[in-house]
Write a protein that binds this ligand. Structure first.
Ligand code: FPP
Length: 261
């Protein structure tokens, strides 16, 4: 436990919501039932994120590779995004959630593109939490589009540096994720936030996404709070400019060791 009895809370948490298919299979249900259960899980996790003091929550809902899945599953996932905006937008707006999209918009059906843009516009001044929905997102694709746009803008090579690249990423203006959580036990990044995750802490749990609850999130945050982030420096020589602190009791529900993952 930290000496000042406070724990650092990640400002930006990103989640690879994996394991919906296996969750469904274990119950003899179709894969889409797993995606629906995963969708139901978003609201409690978003609420818990606000409660824990997280400022930005990024969720990976559809990767650039997911187009290769069976047509019915792709259609189902597009339908979930459509329904989420249709059914939840009002409430999300009321709750002060600012919606952002990261990824490609141009391959979504035009009506859905419009819905996404309207949701972003409606919620643009909200400041309780930012919810980045990564849809048709790939980390390599993001870097490629950034380089293309830099070249198209005619920016001379000697002006290209890390800050400039960051400003051409989908997350422009946002701090990099402090913590990436991957559910369902896979030990790979799958290219998620490839550029932004250079110094991100990882937390992997075997739990499938539909079962990842507030207590699991608390465990991930406790594990994060006990990590020693040096950003390539040495101890006593670092400190994230983004660090915020929560009272210990806000995260600690009593006696849990938080160094798994
Ligand atoms: C990975 O599990 C999950 C996905 C590809 C989709 C995640 C989508 C949701 C949770 C729905 C939320 C959607 C929106 C639009 C916000 P998997 O299918 O790869 O699971 P498996 O590895 O067990 O097969």
């Amino acid at each position: 436990m930290t000496e000042d009895k406070s724990l650092s809370v990640p400002r930006h948490v990103a989640i690879i919501m994996d394991g919906n298919g296996r969750w469904a299979r274990a119950r003899g249900l179709p894969r889409l039932a797993g995606h629906r259960a995963g969708t139901e899980n978003l609201r409690p996790i978003l609420e818990a994120s606000v409660e824990f003091g997280i400022e930005i929550l990024t969720i990976w809902a559809f990767s650039t590779e997911n187009w290769r899945r069976p047509e019915g599953e792709v259609r189902g996932l597009l339908g979930i995004l459509r329904q989420m905006i249709r059914r939840e937008l009002k409430e999300l707006h009321k709750q002060g959630v600012r919606l952002r999209h990261i990824g490609r918009l141009d391959r979504l059906p035009p009506a859905l593109q419009k819905q996404v843009q309207e949701a972003i516009e409606l919620t643009r001044d909200n400041d309780r939490i930012i919810l980045n929905v990564a849809f048709d997102y790939g980390g390599r694709a993001e870097i490629v589009q950034a380089v293309r746009r830099i070249v198209e803008a005619g920016i001379p090579a000697d002006q290209v540096d890390e800050a400039l690249l960051s400003s051409y990423m989908y997350t422009a203006g946002q701090p990099d994720p402090d913590l990436i959580i991957r559910t369902s036990g896979e030990l790979r990044t799958s290219g998620f936030m490839l550029w932004q995750s250079a110094y991100t802490e990882y937390y992997v749990t075997d739990t499938f996404w539909p079962d990842f609850d507030k207590e699991e999130l608390r465990r991930a945050l406790l594990a994060y709070a006990h990590r020693d982030r040096r950003f390539g420096g040495i101890k006593d020589d670092y400190g994230s400019p983004h660090e915020v602190h929560a009272p210990e009791e806000a995260l600690d529900d009593g006696g849990e060791e938080g160094d798994e993952g």
